[in-house]
Ligand binder design. Structure first.
Ligand SMILES: Cc1cc2nc3c(=O)[nH]c(=O)nc-3n(C[C@H](O)[C@H](O)[C@H](O)COP(=O)(O)OP(=O)(O)OC[C@H]3O[C@@H](n4cnc5c(N)ncnc54)[C@H](O)[C@@H]3O)c2cc1C
Length: 262
C-alpha cells in the first residue's frame, strides 16, 4: 500500500521585520524577508511522523502558492524531510484572496494526486484559518480540522481536537483534509544532512495554465474580499512615569482609575 500526503505550506513575511501594504492595499511581498509559516512546520512534522510510524510506502509532497521567493519555504520543508515540492507561481495570482487560494491549491492537489492533505491551523500572516475547510469542500472530501494529535491506519485518519471544555476523538476515511495545531508536537530542525539532501529533491513549478485556471478566477479581479482602506498603526507614545515623593501610590491609583482599570 502507498500513502500520498500533500502538505500545504505558506511563505509569509517575517513578523519580526517591517511589514507594509503596497499601493493597491495588498500585502507588500517584494521588499520583505519571508519564511515558511511557523504553523505549517507543525503540518510538515506530522506528515513526517505519519511516514515514520507507517509500514506503507509514504510519499510527502509540499505545496505552496506564492511568489518566486516562496521556494525558500519549500526548501525548508524538504530539508526537514519531505520528498518533493510543487510551487504554483503566476503573476496573475497577485491579490488572490483565501477563496482564490483554495481554488489554486485544490487544483494543484488534484493534479498531484493525494490520499491525505495536511495544513496548518492558520497562516501567521493572514491568520484566517479557513483554507483547510475551503479545500475539503472544493475536493469533496471529509475535513478533520484543528487536531493536536493525528495518526493514519487502514485508510482512516484519526485525531484529537482539544476544546476548552472537552477533547473530541475524530475519524475520517481517506482521502481527507486535516489541519493541525501548534500543540501537535514540536517541529524538528533540519539536520545538516537534510539541508544537503534537500538541494537535490525535485521542485516542480506550475502556473495557472498548468492548472486549467483563467486569470479572472484568481487575483484581485477574482477576489470576493476587498480591502477598502488601511492605515499604519500610530507610533507608541511615551508612558507616564510616576515619581514617588510620598504620593506615588495615590497617583498610581488615580491613573488606574482614570484608565478604568480599577
Ligand atoms: C502572491 C500572492 C498575493 C496575494 N495577495 C493577496 C491579497 O491581496 N489579499 C488577500 O486577501 N490575500 C492575498 N493572497 C492570499 C493570502 O496570502 C492567503 O494565502 C489567503 O488569503 C489565505 O488566507 P490565510 O493565509 O489567512 O489562510 P489560512 O486559512 O489562515 O491558512 C491555513 C493553512 O492553509 C494553507 N495555506 C494558506 N495559504 C497558502 C498558500 N498560499 N500556499 C500554501 N498553503 C497555504 C497553510 O497550510 C495554512 O497553514 C495572496 C497570495 C499570494 C501567493
Amino acid at each position: 500500500m502507498s500513502l500520498r500526503i500533500v502538505v500545504t505550506v505558506k511563505y509569509v513575511p517575517d513578523a519580526t521585520g517591517d511589514r507594509h501594504f503596497a499601493d493597491d492595499l495588498t500585502v507588500d511581498r517584494d521588499d520583505v524577508d519571508g519564511l515558511l509559516s511557523e504553523l505549517d512546520e507543525y503540518a510538515v512534522e506530522q506528515a513526517l511522523q505519519i511516514s515514520e510510524n507507517s509500514d506503507d510506502d509514504v510519499e510527502i509532497t509540499v505545496l505552496t502558492v506564492g511568489p518566486e521567493d516562496a521556494k525558500d519555504a519549500l526548501r525548508k520543508a524538504l530539508s526537514m524531510g519531505a520528498d518533493k515540492a510543487i510551487h504554483v507561481e503566476d503573476d496573475d495570482l497577485h491579490g488572490t484572496d483565501a477563496i482564490g487560494t483554495s481554488l489554486v491549491l485544490a487544483k494543484a492537489i488534484e493534479k498531484a494526486g493525494y490520499d491525505l492533505v495536511i495544513s496548518g491551523m492558520a497562516s501567521t500572516d493572514g491568520v484566517m484559518g479557513v483554507v483547510p475547510a475551503l479545500l475539503a469542500e472544493r475536493l469533496g472530501v471529509p475535513q478533520v480540522t484543528l487536531l493536536s494529535e493525528v495518526s493514519v491506519e487502514d485508510g482512516t485518519v484519526t485525531g484529537r481536537r482539544d476544546g476548552d471544555a472537552a477533547s473530541e476523538q475524530l475519524q475520517a476515511s481517506l482521502p481527507a483534509v486535516v489541519s493541525v495545531t501548534d500543540q501537535s508536537g514540536e517541529a524538528r530542525y533540519p539536520s545538516f544532512k537534510g539541508i544537503m539532501a534537500a538541494k537535490k529533491k525535485p521542485v516542480q513549478s506550475w502556473d495557472l495554465s498548468d492548472l486549467d485556471l483563467e486569470a479572472e478566477e484568481v487575483g484581485l479581479e477574482g477576489a470576493y474580499t476587498v480591502v477598502e482602506s488601511a492605515a499604519e498603526r500610530p507610533a507608541r507614545t511615551a508612558g507616564t512615569i510616576v515619581k514617588d515623593e510620598g504620593e506615588g501610590g495615590k497617583q498610581l491609583a488615580e491613573f488606574l482609575a482614570s484608565q478604568k482599570f480599577i
